[in-house]
Design a protein around this ligand. Sequence first.
Ligand SMILES: [Zn+2]
Ligand SMILES: [Zn+2]
Length: 88
Amino acid sequence: MTTPTYNELLQMPQWRTKRKEILLRDGNKCRSCGTKGNLHIHHRQYHANSKTGLQVLPWKYKNDLLVALCANCHRAGHSLYQIKTFSY
Ligand SMILES: [Zn+2]
Ligand SMILES: [Zn+2]
């Protein structure tokens, strides 16, 4: 079995469930500009296991580290800020 890519992880049912939860909390709109279409869930931090170096699964984050953003704000955010990865 190969390690799934990040994009593959985002297709998994666990992520779909988490995604819905965040979208519901954020009223199905972008937290930055209020747009209602083409929403992504953005991770404000990434976490990695310090022993294995593996990224924590995308749905294993606390909800307050996740925000709904539209595709534009999401792209802009990533080009402005480097998302920090915390190892533990
Ligand atoms: Zn937006
Ligand atoms: Zn993001």
